[in-house]
Design a protein around this ligand. Structure first.
Ligand SMILES: [Zn+2]
Length: 390
């Protein structure tokens, strides 16, 4: 009996619309219908939907991954729009994961997309990793990255690491049984800033995230992936790509013979512990709101400790003394006032305030720097507009 058109249709892996949509994949001799079927049957967890997560999610959704889960606890902020190309100005203030889900479903409504508006933690991480075929690390902090590694080693799941820093990027695919992230970097570093504090050229996460997405699609479709057991180093300034072969270490604390997951837990908690235990640091901070109020009187003296370039680009008044010159400028600062230092993100100003305190001044640092102050001003402006409208 010849099969009718409608019967053939219901027995197919793909709908007619999907078959047409994925034509350019199916035409690839190395990919074909088999590769596209594997993508449709795949379940991928994307941790973080910031600079790296945006290109990764855009390409995985467009490529037809059957089920995508995206987890991120942050909201969309104005500083994100310089590189996080999935979001628009209308998304400001909305949860990133939900905003991402909304945009991705408009790109491909035939796939399942789940948004989790929470941070990836010890509590929710294990069940999520267990429930997916591949994990993609699009985070911007070390604690989450080490947690992903250790859970993936435990659960024998593959994951794709990537990171960006200023003009440099890295990417590696860690497969069960091969070297893990801790074979490469055994312990979490405490002295390397993430892109929240170090800056990153906007297009770099796009470049590195596209490499991650490409490796994910090839891996799931059963094609060769050069980043398997290799670390790809990308230098955007001179456009150089290098690959380093990774080796498994028998004494690795995560994948070696003596591994103990409980001993590794302090790594994921270290960042919050450091922040909480530092009472001195807290006492040196002034919030954007307190800062605004302090400027009404004449008991405070404001100092911008950024570079000349940054000062010329934008400032909110006060003296300009770049951080390297702060110790020489001490003689000229008023001792009868509280000195309030500010910089871009609040790190250099904290250093300056500490130097001034060591020299006997009463000194404070604007918490979160100009970035947090500007966000505070924008929020206040929005609230003012909403009240005017009532
Ligand atoms: Zn290892």
């Amino acid at each position: 009996m010849p099969t009718s058109f409608s019967e053939a249709f219901t027995n197919s892996v793909f709908s007619s619309e999907e078959w047409l949509r994925y034509t350019r994949h199916i035409q690839l001799p190395q990919f074909g219908a088999g590769g596209q079927t594997r993508l449709k049957q795949s379940e991928v967890l994307v941790v973080g939907c910031g600079g790296l997560g945006c290109p990764v999610l855009l390409y995985l959704a467009a490529a037809g991954i059957g089920r995508l889960t995206v987890i991120d606890g942050d909201d969309v902020e104005l500083t994100n729009l310089q590189r996080q190309v999935l979001y628009t100005e209308r998304d400001l203030g909305l949860s990133k994961a939900s905003a991402a889900q909304h945009h991705l479903s408009q790109i491909n409504s035939s796939i399942e997309i789940q948004a989790i508006d929470q941070a990836f933690t010890l509590d929710n991480g294990e069940a999520l990793i267990k429930d997916h075929d591949l994990v993609i690390d699009c985070t911007d902090n070390f604690a989450t990255r080490y947690l992903i590694n250790d859970l993936c080693v435990q659960r024998a799941k593959p994951w794709i690491f990537a990171s960006v820093y200023q003009f440099s990027g890295q990417c590696a695919l860690f497969e069960p049984g091969g070297p893990c992230f801790r074979c490469l970097f055994p312990r979490m570093p405490t002295d390397i800033p993430d892109c929240n504090t170090a800056g990153v050229i906007g297009v770099l996460p796009g470049l590195v995230g596209s490499v991650q997405a490409g490796e994910a699609i090839k891996y799931l479709a059963g094609l060769a992936t050069p980043t398997s057991n290799s670390l790809l180093l990308i230098e955007a300034l001179d456009l150089e790509f290098r690959r380093i072969q990774l080796q498994r270490k028998s004494d690795c604390v995560a994948c070696g013979k003596q591994q103990s997951f409980d001993q590794l837990k302090p790594d994921y908690l270290r960042i919050s512990d450091t922040a909480l235990s530092s009472k001195t640091r807290e006492a040196m901070l002034i919030s954007p709101d307190q800062f605004n109020r302090s400027r009404d009187g004449d008991q405070h003296h404001v100092v911008d400790v950024r570079s000349v370039d940054e000062r010329q680009g934008f400032h909110i008044g006060g003296d300009h003394i770049a951080l390297p010159e702060i110790s020489e400028a001490i003689l000229h600062l008023p001792r009868d006032k509280t000195i309030i230092c500010y910089c871009q993100s609040g790190l250099r100003s904290l250093d300056a305030a500490q130097q001034l305190r060591d020299a006997g001044f009463t000194a404070l640092s604007l918490e979160g720097g100009l970035v947090q102050w500007l966000q505070h001003q924008f929020k206040k402006g929005l609230q003012g507009q909403q009240q005017d409208a009532l």
